[in-house]
Design a binder for this molecule. Structure first.
Ligand code: NAD
Length: 516
């Protein structure tokens, strides 16, 4: 029997390898190299706050399709003519949500809880129940300004993952010189399995619970995987509902629709930022993007806009992999047609799979395609050491957060494959989020050209500083000054980016001191 002493005692912490410890490897390497102040290191090693909370919502009734075998038992069930087909909302998993009064006034033929729709399928009517979802917000560091970072709706999330992503935001906001710290959060949910109104209810409840922890000058969420401007609009409404000065609260979230205080150029900003870095990478070598080929993983916000801008500049997209398939066309994929295909409301999974302008290949074959660049723009940890050994590209521009594992990083260096690391490559999103936040504060509205111009300068200036740190080439030009950041020896680009972040963050602690 356990002694009373041991009762309810937490096991001693063991040094486990986790997503967070992996992500922090580069932090420790850069911190060692620059001799980061010990107390600053302790401040940055763990987040300021880690919130875990729960969100409940009442789901709607669903029609769940029967497999053809099971449906045989209902072969003589006559068709239910639905009077209000708009009330039926088809989901990517084949289920159908019954919205409002979908079946009201219809001639409903139900047998043992089953009905047949005009599409011929037999469906089981499953009553909606309440469900609980796990939610997170990690606030990593605010030395440079309010916490800032996206909201992810995805099945595979965890505190460990959000800690890593929140820390990434701390580095990224420092690198892009915006006056923010780092945060990240979201809900453990596959949003494609829920209807519009269900997602609205879940989001409102999420913000209801989040409200006490965030604010336009405290912590500012934005879209990430599985969320978008629609979700941001709901979050804004819920945060500001009934408040006397709600017009002053528009900056509570960024990534809003331009019609409700979003910034021009924000939707494409992350993809645009990736392309500004790529342009500068080639400009430095006396080359241009024109005629270059690329492959891509992920064709959501970052991937599709990045690909579209690159193709406008004359680069050719050869292959794309997403969550549901992989496509290839050696002559180049028509990116505009692919964007139209993916965003077609009939394409419930929003996938590239089945695109008529390309052939289907296996995901594993994506990594063997010869191209100038690979742009990962999906999830983290996808480029492993094995994959890095196989890649036949010359440059990886990380649109996604953390797509390359530390082992893969070492392989890429050994093989001489160049890298534009995530914390600069995909910083365009948070940079334009900052522009949105300023516009909200000042009640201004900037044109797309103005936003792009500022973004281009910011991305290229900071990317050039990182390149100079990497090459140990301290210099001051009209555009940038890398002298305070070079460390007297060359380092790989990921480490150089981290050095830039840490030196900028450290300055705050060293100059302002620590509040007691
Ligand atoms: P999104 O939800 O719009 O698109 C995600 C894409 O990844 C989809 O095409 C999806 O099919 C694909 N995907 C998901 N799981 C996959 C898997 N297992 N294998 C292959 N593909 C998979 O998300 P997004 O906003 O474009 O974000 C993509 C990445 O960029 C994420 O890592 C995100 O953190 C990062 N990022 C986004 C922004 C932004 O502004 N949206 C900013 C910085 C970084």
């Amino acid at each position: 029997m356990a002694s009373e002493e041991n009762f309810m005692r937490a096991p001693a912490p063991s040094p486990k390898r986790t997503i967070y410890t992996e992500a922090m490897e580069i932090f420790h390497r850069a911190a060692d190299l620059i001799g980061l102040d010990k107390r600053v290191r302790l401040e940055l090693e763990e987040p300021d706050y880690e919130h875990i909370f729960y969100v409940t919502a009442k789901l709607k009734d669903r029609l769940v399709p029967l497999a053809p075998e099971e449906a045989k038992a209902f072969s003589d069930l006559s068709v239910t003519q639905v009077r209000n087909p708009d009330g039926l909302e088809r989901l990517a998993d084949g289920k159908i949500i019954l919205n409002g009064r979908a079946l009201l006034g219809s001639d409903v033929n139900i047998r043992r809880g089953h009905l047949r729709l005009p599409d011929g399928g037999v469906y089981q009517l499953v009553p909606g129940e309440s469900q609980r979802f796990k939610a997170y917000r990690v606030q990593h560091n605010q030395a440079r300004g309010p916490y800032k970072g996206g909201i992810r709706y995805h099945r595979e999330v965890s505190l460990d993952l959000f800690k890593a992503l929140a820390a990434e935001m701390t580095w990224k906001t420092a690198i892009s010189e915006v006056p923010f710290g780092g945060g990240k959060g979201g809900i453990q949910i596959d949003p494609r399995q829920y209807g519009r109104e269900e997602l609205e209810n879940i989001t409102l409840r999420f913000m209801y619970k989040l409200k006490s922890m965030i604010g336009p000058n405290i912590d500012i969420p934005a879209p990430d995987v599985g969320t978008n401007g629609d979700i941001m609009a709901l979050m804004y409404r819920q945060y500001s509902d009934g408040e006397r000065e709600r017009h002053n609260m528009r900056g509570i979230v960024t990534g809003k629709d331009v019609r409700i205080g979003g910034s021009e150029g924000r939707v494409k900003a992350t993809g645009q930022g990736v392309v500004y870095c790529i342009e500068d990478y080639y400009a430095d070598r006396g080359e241009t993007v024109k005629g270059k080929t690329f492959t891509m993983q992920g064709f959501g916000n970052v991937g599709s806009h990045g690909a579209s801008i690159l193709s406008t500049l004359g680069a050719r997209l050869l292959a794309v992999n997403d969550a549901d398939g992989t496509i290839y066309n050696g002559d180049g994929i028509d990116v505009q047609a692919l964007m139209a295909y993916v965003s077609d409301p009939k394409n419930l999974k929003r996938t590239v799979a089945g695109f008529p302008g390309a052939q289907k290949i296996e995901k594993k074959d994506l990594w063997d395609i010869q191209a100038d660049m690979l742009i990962p723009a999906a999830l983290g940890g996808e480029i492993t050491a094995d994959i890095a050994e196989r890649l036949k590209v010359k440059l990886i521009a990380e649109g996604a957060n953390g797509p390359t594992t530390p082992e893969a990083d070492r392989v890429l260096q050994k093989r001489g494959i160049d890298l534009i690391p995530d914390i600069i490559a995909n910083a365009g999103g948070v940079t334009v989020s900052y522009y949105e936040w300023i516009q909200n504060k000042r009640m201004e509205r900037w044109s797309e050209a103005e936003v792009d111009q500022r973004l281009e300068k910011a991305m290229k200036r900071n990317y050039r500083i990182i390149r100079d740190i990497s090459r140990n080439q301290p210099r001051k030009t009209e555009m940038h000054d890398s002298r305070p950041y070079c460390i007297g020896k060359t380092v790989d680009p990921r480490c150089a980016a981290m050095i830039l972040a840490l030196k900028r963050i450290e300055a705050h602690y060293l100059l302002e001191g620590f509040s007691q």
